[in-house]
Ligand binder design. Structure first.
Ligand SMILES: [Ca+2]
Ligand SMILES: [Ca+2]
Length: 274
């Protein structure tokens, strides 16, 4: 209804515009002015009616307006929701970071190769020291023997032994004591060579007999040395020893080197061995 009235007013406006062409200018302009004012008021009234009735008639799309200005920046996103996790970044370059934690122990490796032979151990060193100590003791003992030998007036060397004498005469007991006090024993040849050396010493002493360290006091007819050991060498004169009743239990060696059993109380040269 409103639309029909509007169209009618517009049509009247067109008619008035056509009629105005035939009026005088002042009257025509005044009339036109009133008409336009009335038309304007009417159109405003119609617009009010349209606004009140909203879309009571079909609407037409208008021309797009110009873009508005950008608004002011919004607040920070503290009150917003966290965004999705970003992608892993590239490896950084720069200062080395702190060392990491100590890792777990690894698997036991294979057995290594056999090592080179080591230096002599303490056992070998101990053996060398003991050998040196033994050598030193032997030399010390030999030196002591030589010093004793030099203390006698006559001596002969035979092997590792020395036959010594001061030209003393005495019984078998005295001879045994004299040699013992000198750290020696009554002479007793253990071989033909030693027996021969003894005769050489007897010659120097101008001795007929010398006592030897062999007796059969414990068992008649069985001569032993001063350690009660059987004799390993003898040089008995023919038919000697010839006494088995205890009258001849000691042994003498004649200047020729033969042996004879005689009584122990006769005094003969004393010869010791070291
Ligand atoms: Ca006898
Ligand atoms: Ca005899």
């Amino acid at each position: 209804m409103v639309c029909v009235q509007l169209y009618s007013l517009i049509a009247r406006s067109d008619l008035l515009q056509q009629k105005s062409c035939h009026l005088h200018s002042e009257q025509q302009m005044a009339l036109l002015k009133h008409l336009l004012c009335a038309a304007l008021l009417l159109m405003e009234f119609v617009l009010l009616l349209l606004a009140a009735s909203e879309s009571s008639c079909p609407a037409y799309a208008g021309v797009p307006g110009i873009p508005g200005h950008n608004g002011s920046p919004g607040r920070d996103g503290r009150d917003g929701f966290p965004g999705p996790k970003g992608e892993k970044g590239d490896q950084g370059v720069g200062a080395q970071g702190p060392p990491g934690k100590i890792g777990p122990s690894g698997v036991v490796g294979p057995k290594g190769d056999k090592g080179n032979p080591g230096l002599p151990g303490t056992g070998v060193q101990s053996a060398l020291v003991m050998q040196l100590q033994s050598d030193v003791k032997y030399l010390t003992d030999r030196l002591a023997v030589v010093e004793k030998v030099l203390g006698f007036r006559i001596f002969r060397k035979v092997g590792q032994k020395y036959y010594v004498s001061d030209g003393l005469n005495g019984t078998f007991e005295k001879a045994q004591r004299f040699c013992s006090d000198a750290g020696a024993k009554i002479v007793l040849p253990r071989s033909e060579a030693e027996n021969k050396v003894l005769t050489s010493l007897q010659a120097a002493l101008k001795s007929i007999y010398v006592y030897a360290g062999a007796t059969d006091r414990q068992k008649e007819g069985h001569f032993v040395d001063m350690s009660n050991q059987p004799l390993t060498f003898t040089n008995w004169k023919a038919k000697e020893p010839n006494d088995y009743n205890g009258a001849e239990d000691c042994t003498v060696i004649y200047k020729s080197g033969v042996w004879n059993d005689i009584n122990c109380n006769s005094e003969w040269h004393v010869v010791c061995e070291l």
